[in-house]
Write a protein that binds this ligand. Structure first.
Ligand code: TRP
Length: 332
């Protein structure tokens, strides 16, 4: 008998192959949390629809995401891993929750404003409801803890407000107010050295990329821009390559670079070569495992179907309680 553990929920949009930013910022944390919590990890394909231009890659992107998670060490025996739309109850809950959500709350959210700014020609109803669907994700599974980065914190606060409004409106306790678990903050910058690593900015290094591709990208990374000549001293404190060394290199190497860069003892080219080697060494086991999983997509889909079955069992219980709490007429 395993003892009851705190339930964690997290979702990620299937945007295709994941990059080092996703890996360091989210995926490793997913793996880590399995030690202490009962985890439910969802590939949120419906959320992806809010901004996607074409769904041609959607299935493949879902599979890619699953491959990355599995190869990183997300264990489907222990955790529930599934695709959001395979448990359609989440959309039912989304509609029911929407009745207690004031419009102004949605239009005020920084994430919504940002998306309107970025895609003014594609502001759809689904985009406005994005946080409500995210609340439904969390509440359907009665998650107690949700790991969030700073960008998602307002959504979690929103979810907590939805719970209070719903429970107050229907005089019930069925929905559980989730706690926020700050992820070990790690803002990973892209190869441009200034912006957060992101596929849309084309500054990413895919975790599943092969060693030569990774090396090529690392060699293209922007360093301390004040350092123009090899003989100029550099400043590791403002160099993104050095930030990566801190995550992938040994203490000795980090110490050496910290000293040598400042007195032009080491050049950016050598510094990047070392980094590329270290990233490739660190990612080699991951890449091998991913390769193995890639050979058996049927088994991966089976894992996702199984996860959905387990998730649906939880969802059905919550939905029955929610319907009763609202006072909807029962059906056969
Ligand atoms: N909105 C999250 C993101 O963009 C993804 C997400 C959807 C999520 N549902 C969730 C995250 C539930 C945590 C919990 O990253």
């Amino acid at each position: 008998m395993t003892q009851k553990r705190v339930r964690v929920f997290s979702g990620a949009r299937p945007t295709g192959k994941q990059h080092l930013g996703n890996y360091l910022g989210a995926i490793l944390n997913y793996v880590e949390m399995q030690k202490d919590f009962d985890c439910i990890y969802s590939i949120v394909d419906i959320h992806a629809l809010t901004t996607v231009e074409t769904t041609l890659q959607l299935k493949e992107n879902c599979l890619d995401m699953a491959l990355d998670w599995l190869a990183a060490g997300v264990d489907p025996e222990q955790s529930i891993v599934f695709i959001q739309s395979h448990v359609p109850q989440v959309m039912e809950l989304h509609t029911l929750l929407s009745m207690v959500v004031p419009m102004g709350k949605l239009t005020d959210l920084p994430t919504f404003k940002e998306k309107v700014r970025m895609h003014p020609q594609n502001v759809n109803y689904g985009l406005l409801g994005y946080p409500v669907l995210m609340s439904a994700d969390i509440l359907l599974y009665k998650a107690e803890l949700v790991p969030v980065g700073i960008d998602q914190a307002p959504h979690l606060e929103f979810t907590r407000e939805v719970v209070r409004s719903f429970n107050y409106q229907y005089n019930t306790q069925v929905l559980l107010e989730p706690q926020m678990k700050n992820t070990p903050v790690m803002k990973v910058l892209g190869t441009d050295g200034v912006n957060k690593m992101s596929k849309s900015l084309n500054n990413e290094i895919e975790i599943a990329a092969d060693a030569p591709t990774t090396k090529k990208l690392v060699m293209s990374m922007v360093t301390d821009t004040n350092r123009k000549l090899r003989s100029d001293p550099g400043n590791p404190d403002i160099c993104n390559v050095f930030s990566f060394h801190k995550m992938f290199s040994s203490q000795e190497e980090i110490g050496m670079i910290d000293v040598e860069c400042r007195r032009a003892g080491i050049g950016c080219v050598d510094c990047k070569k070392t980094l590329a080697t270290n990233i490739n060494n660190a990612m080699a086991p991951f890449r091998e495992r991913r390769h193995e999983w890639m050979k058996k997509p049927k088994q991966v889909w089976e894992i996702l179907y199984n996860g959905a079955d387990r998730a649906r069992t939880i969802a059905d219980v919550t939905m029955a309680e929610v319907r009763d709490a609202i006072g909807l007429p029962r059906y056969r």
